[in-house]
Design a protein around this ligand. Structure first.
Ligand SMILES: [Zn+2]
Length: 420
């Protein structure tokens, strides 16, 4: 008898869809196979597709509160006149409700783990604990060349890690970017991360201008410089990596750094198209993220899945540039791998983070589920979401969250930003 049994689903196992039963005990998958199994709780997955849960590898979760707040503006204008001013008004409680809103959306669209870099992170951690979702969290630090500030930022970052690291929460360091953090500060962050045995999540080479300015200042490209100061390791995840040359790709591959690709945000902010296929040729681990909801505007990872595939096709001029299977791996196993979490696969012994998809009209006729998922999904096909062995969404309904109340609070918080 298992704690939870998922029966008769068409399951994504080692790159193929096969009929199987899945047994879960505690927070791990303990059985995958054709034998009849029983569970204290059992989910009938007949006519459903079963996938490892999706991993959203780059978010600023509480920015849900700013989606639709300021649109169609040039990037710097948008940041300076709108987003940064609004963020100054953001309280810890607002971040809690904004995070809850993001978590409802993620759980309902099949995301079982996300990696967040933002402010008031205690509130994000609380929202994760209460909702049951898994997360990698870090306080977003920037010293802007001020040694006093560097000291304070590192203290906040470290305190957050000591307070929250463990269980479903993996707490790491989040220096914002090489253009908002000094090299001295980045070196200190790396030393501290090594001491504590934790990873680092950072933005690198998102815009052409940022790389140009970096080159002028340091006479070296950002990733070359990060390599020079010993910053890169298999525990580093860099978001974006759009303006990266081949020498830098070689460095990323050598240091086993993972790249979080955010295609919707990159298009919306006109940042560019990351060279994903080329990076894959170097053997770089690519995972997918949405970035913040102000530049996306959703946390529905199925949008990133489809767009990743389409963008690489048009970018390389080859319709076979990426296989649907590669993109599914980016959205699942590669995210778990990037942050060293033992999930992302339907396999005995792995963490039980799984989702069930119904075969809705947009999947019909169903020739190959891989293609339906990558090219036809809206996100609303997700019927069940299981995180850490616990059922969090059943038949599309969140079990641990009060969706109505969260919506009401978010609408109320909106009012304070209306005069900006
Ligand atoms: Zn970002």
């Amino acid at each position: 008898m298992h704690d939870l049994a998922i029966k008769n689903g068409l399951c994504y196992i080692e790159g193929e869809f096969v009929h199987a039963n899945i047994g879960i005990d505690g927070n791990r998958i303990t059985y995958v196979g054709k034998e009849e199994i029983k569970g204290e709780l059992s989910v009938n997955a007949k006519e459903r597709l079963v996938l490892p849960g999706l991993f959203n590898a780059h978010t600023h979760l509480a920015m849900t509160l700013f989606r639709g707040f300021a649109e169609d503006m040039p990037l710097m204008d948008w940041l300076k006149t709108k987003i940064w001013r609004a963020e100054r008004k953001l309280t810890a409680k607002d971040v809690y409700w904004g995070s809850m809103l993001g978590i409802v959306e993620m759980l309902k669209t099949g995301t079982t783990c996300f990696s967040d870099l933002y402010i008031h992170m205690d509130e994000v951690a609380k929202a994760c604990i209460e909702s049951g979702i898994r997360a990698v969290l870090c306080y977003g630090m920037a010293d802007r060349g001020d040694p006093e500030r560097a000291k304070e930022e590192l203290e906040i970052g470290e305190e957050f890690i000591r307070k929250w690291n463990g269980g479903r929460i993996k707490a790491i360091f989040g220096p914002h970017a090489p253009y908002t953090c000094s090299l001295e500060f980045l070196k200190e962050v790396k030393e501290k991360a090594d001491q504590l045995g934790v990873g680092i999540h950072i933005h690198v080479s998102e815009t052409r201008e940022e790389v140009k300015e970096f080159l002028q200042k340091y006479r070296s490209r950002p990733i070359e410089k990060l390599e020079e100061i010993g910053f890169l390791s298999p525990k580093t995840v860099i978001a974006h990596a759009i303006w990266v040359d081949e020498k830098e790709m070689e460095i990323l591959a050598k240091r086993k750094v993972s790249v979080a690709h955010n295609p919707v945000s990159n298009l919306k902010l006109a940042s560019g198209i990351a060279r994903i296929v080329e990076m894959m040729k170097f053997g770089i681990n690519i995972c997918l993220g949405t970035d913040g909801a102000a530049s996306n505007n959703t946390y529905n990872l199925f949008e990133e899945i489809k767009l990743t595939s389409l963008l690489q096709k048009v970018h390389t001029g080859r319709a076979d540039a990426l296989h649907a299977r590669d993109v599914i791996e980016m959205a699942t196993a590669n995210g778990y791998k990037a942050y060293q979490i033992d999930g992302g696969k339907i396999e005995k012994g792995k963490l039980a983070d799984l989702i069930l998809l119904r075969k809705s009209f947009n999947y019909i006729p169903l020739y190959n589920p891989l293609y339906s998922i990558v090219y036809s999904s809206f996100g609303c096909e997700v019927s069940h979401t299981i995180v850490d062995g616990r059922l969090l969404v059943e038949d599309g309904q969140p079990l641990t969250l009060n969706e109505e109340k969260i919506i009401e609070r978010a609408e109320k918080i909106k009012e304070k930003f209306l005069d900006l």
